[in-house]
Design a protein around this ligand. Structure first.
Ligand code: IPM
Ligand code: MN
Length: 363
């Protein structure tokens, strides 16, 4: 790796810019610990890019990303741009394009329960007390999100619309290899989630995974139907280690994984290609209802930065430093509004304060 590491910063819409500001505070602190020169460049994306340049992913932004070593992404979308045709909206017009363009087929969404946030989980005490630590791995560049044909035809009561769930063998094989390798670094259990009692794509998915599992004899491979999986996640999340799934099922199940931790505001994600080039973004979305109020939780954005340091810079020591700072801030009782449960030691802080506190707690 050369001695310069360029990060494309794409704050986007809604709470994106304000939580991104906090991640940059953290970055400015930790860059002195890294033995590499960090260069950041900010680019417009999503709805704010539509307003400014007429398109969700301007050429300058894409070029900037291509010339970087990693992308730190905020969030895109909001009701303001919902009138646009699907392909021009911030979500499909920028985020999905970036995922496809850089072939970011592996989406990692780690969800675990913080010691001091047990009261926040909507799950019952006897369930949550067992704890959990799940790595959700979602296939991100295939399936129904990108399948053709997709569209709308016909007239009157015969008008119809359609999307295609399609998976190529190579797409399943490469995400499977990723999942097996991540499982090897953890508790070595993969639960692959599908709908193999109904879908052809799921039957092929199971077949390919089963065959590949022989190359990874240390990993235990299990399968679960998506409908059962959402129940099991509520009933006993501690049974899961790695959850692997398709693009659509992974979208759904990762939100559930986030919610059982108590707040979607804590869930980061890494989207990687086979060279470990990555786009790092919070899983929670742009939350336009709370944007600009200085109340959003910046933890997911800061943890996304921490994942960048772990996976793109391969520096686990520094990424752990950030995670530990977050743990300490939570232990000290500081909470953004979404994390507040009215416990004795809890103090509500703003987005800005949370960012500053986490930065200060990094040692
Ligand atoms: C996510 C989001 C996106 C998705 C949207 C914004 C397109 O929900 O990253 O989970 O569905 O992938
Ligand atoms: Mn989602």
């Amino acid at each position: 790796m050369s001695n310069i590491f360029k990060i494309a910063i794409l704050p986007g819409d809604g709470i994106g810019p304000e939580v991104m500001k906090q991640a940059i505070k953290v970055l400015n602190k930790i860059k002195h610990f890294l033995n590499i020169n960090i260069i950041t460049n900010e680019y417009s994306v999503g709805g704010s890019a539509i307003d400014k340049y007429g398109e969700a992913l301007p050429k300058k932004t894409l070029l900037g990303c291509e010339n970087s070593n990693a992308i730190l992404f905020g969030s895109v979308g909001g009701p303001k741009w919902d009138y646009l045709p699907l392909n021009k909206r911030p979500e499909k017009g920028s985020l999905l394009k970036l995922r496809k363009h850089f072939d970011l087929f592996t989406n990692l969404r780690p969800a675990y329960i913080y010691n001091n946030l047990f009261t926040l989980s909507p799950l019952k005490k006897n369930i949550i007390n067992k704890g959990f630590n799940i790595l959700c791995i979602r296939e991100l560049t295939g399936g129904i999100y990108f399948g053709n044909p997709s569209g709308r035809k016909g007239n009157g009561i015969n008008e119809y619309s359609f999307d295609t769930e399609i998976y190529y063998r190579f797409e399943i094989e490469r995400i499977a290899h990723m999942a097996f390798n991540f499982a090897l670094q953890r508790n070595k259990i993969i639960c692959s989630i599908d709908k193999a009692n109904i879908l052809n794509t799921s039957i092929m998915w199971r077949e390919i995974l089963t065959n590949l599992s022989h190359q990874y004899s240390k990993v235990k491979l299990e399968f679960m139907y998506i409908d059962n999986a959402v129940m099991q996640l509520m009933k006993n999340p501690s049974q899961f280690d790695v959850i692997l799934s398709t693009n659509l099922f992974g979208d759904i199940i990762s939100d559930q994984c986030a919610m059982i931790t108590g707040s979607i505001g804590n869930l980061p994600s890494a989207s990687l290609n086979n060279k470990f080039f990555g786009l790092y973004e919070p899983a929670g979305g742009s939350a336009p209802d709370i944007a600009g109020k200085n109340i959003a939780n910046p933890i997911a954005q800061i943890l996304s930065l921490s994942m960048m340091i772990e996976y793109s810079l391969k520096n686990k020591i520094i990424s752990k430093k950030i995670e530990n700072a977050i743990k300490k801030v939570l232990k000290a009782g500081y909470r953004t509004q979404d994390l507040f449960t009215n416990q004795l030691n809890e103090k509500i802080v703003t987005t800005e304060d949370m960012g500053t506190l986490i930065t200060e707690f990094i040692i």
